[in-house]
Design a protein around this ligand. Structure first.
Ligand SMILES: Cc1ncc(COP(=O)(O)O)c(C=O)c1O
Length: 452
């Protein structure tokens, strides 16, 4: 069956891509393939007197000179109006950026946003080196993309997904929502390092045709380990597998930037996006939430062959990306935005290295597990008595005491497979990292007690 909305040249390019045994129509649910996508007049006409979409002709209802806080206070909630409530200055006194009302409204807040977002899609396509915007889908964070790919491919109560724990929790949450069984092929753990069990994954997908999606996280969360594209290839090429491989690259810019810093060979290929044009059974997800520091705007990306992208576009809610998000994303994708992102990532990598060195010097921490190719560190807490075994009790105690009594929040990953006793610490600013080390030193040296 033809894919609705896919032009004929894109369709023949898809057919020419590898692997020869793959046919997208066999993976996509029949109801999604036959779905008549929602169409609106705005798909055809975007300017003029717009009386097509039941928007509010009078404009938005934000108070005149409404402001956005430039530096929000520590709670991420929007700042309340300023005390005198008149000048559009946020309560914390920070400078503001102002979408005005009525004619002054540069974001056209009373209009539905552009459903196609070709500008942003083509900027991201250029940045990541895929042929054009037909290879790029935008979602509400990569979380929406990860859910959508399950919804279009997997029939509830029938199909399965495969994950490689320890890994990002949302693959299983989405599977539970979509009523899909989860097959697990754990990462291989050796000497505190993690790697993909390529043969194990291939055995599982060869044996079970109900597995429609394989999720590989690279660099992994919580492992911080890059899975080289060369390890993904044998799965893409597995002639028994008729499903899709999803590589989640939420943290890929940290690995990319290591090349510019001379920490890995400059010509090493780290991103699976390099294989998207070659393979029609590959989806790579990325996000502006991490390296770009724009978690609040919720912009995620899928790179894949145009047929898959077309299906995702046919299925998504019509205006999933808001105009403020699109505007901020387009600024982030300018040359200056990308340069700023790279500088920040380099700073975080230096902070990460310093944090690791400090953690290694502490009494009571064990191994630092995984690859450290992202903006977090996975570190073992040892038992207080012998200081020789990772301890989930110590991890839990440190986690709660630091959060509840000192206001410093890390993540307890001790129950994840292969992560006994582990806390996952996001790399912060230099000061935040120092504070974290001071608190950890105090708690660990004094067997869970504060000295002051
Ligand atoms: C591996 C991984 N994938 C995806 C996401 C979700 O990112 P987004 O903010 O784009 O939804 C996260 C968030 O922590 C993550 O760690």
């Amino acid at each position: 069956m033809a894919i609705k909305g896919l032009d004929t040249s894109a369709a023949s390019a898809v057919r020419a891509a590898k692997p020869p045994h793959f046919k997208l129509e066999n993976v996509i649910r029949p109801n999604i393939l036959s779905l008549e996508p929602y169409r609106c007049a705005r798909d055809d006409y975007q300017s003029g007197i717009l009386l097509d979409a039941n928007e509010n002709s009078l404009g938005h209802a934000l108070p005149a000179n409404s402001s956005l806080p430039h530096n929000p206070p520590s709670s991420s909630a929007a700042a309340p109006p300023s005390a005198n409530g008149t000048n559009g200055t946020a309560a914390n006194g920070a400078q503001t950026i102002i979408p005005g009302a009525g004619d002054q409204d540069p974001l056209s807040l009373h209009r539905y946003p552009d459903p196609g977002l070709f500008g942003i899609r083509s900027a991201i396509s250029n940045l990541r080196g895929v042929p054009n915007e037909a290879f790029t889908f935008l979602g509400v964070g990569s979380d929406e993309v990860l859910d959508l790919i399950q919804r279009v491919c997997c029939t509830p109560a029938k199909d399965k997904i495969l994950i490689c724990p320890p890994t990002y929790g949302m693959y299983s949450v989405c599977a539970a929502v979509n009523d899909l069984e989860v097959v697990k092929v754990p990462l291989v753990t050796k000497g505190g390092q993690f790697s993909l069990d390529v043969d194990g994954v291939n055995r599982a997908i060869s044996a079970d045709p109900a597995i429609k999606l394989v999720f590989i996280c690279s660099p992994g969360n919580p492992t911080g380990t890059l899975i080289p594209p060369a390890d993904v290839r044998p799965i893409l090429d597995n002639p028994d597998y008729r499903g899709i491989v999803v590589v989640d690259e939420a943290y890929i810019d940290f690995a990319e930037e290591e090349k510019r810093m001379g920490k890995r060979p400059a010509d090493q290929v780290v991103s699976a996006v390099s294989m998207v044009d070659e393979y029609q059974n590959l989806v790579v997800t990325q996000t502006l939430s991490k390296a770009f520091g724009l978690a609040a705007i919720r912009l995620g990306i899928a790179f894949a062959h145009p047929a898959i992208i077309q299906i995702m576009n046919n299925t998504k809610a019509p205006y999933n990306i808001s105009a403020p998000t699109a505007h901020l994303a387009s600024l982030a994708l300018t040359a200056i935005g990308v340069e700023t992102m790279r500088k920040n990532v380099q700073t975080l990598i230096r902070n990460r290295d310093a944090l690791i060195a400090d953690l290694e010097r502490l009494e009571g921490t064990g191994a630092i597990l995984g690859g450290n190719h992202a903006n977090f560190v996975l570190v073992q807490m040892l038992d207080f008595e012998t200081r020789s075994r990772p301890s989930n009790d110590v991890a839990q105690l440190v986690y709660t005491r630091m959060a509840e009594e000192r206001g410093l929040v890390v993540r307890n990953r001790a129950k994840d497979l292969g992560c006994d006793g582990c806390l996952r610490i996001t790399v912060g600013t230099e000061d935040e990292n120092k504070r974290c080390i001071v608190l950890l030193r105090e708690l660990l040296q004094n067997k869970g007690q504060w000295t002051q």
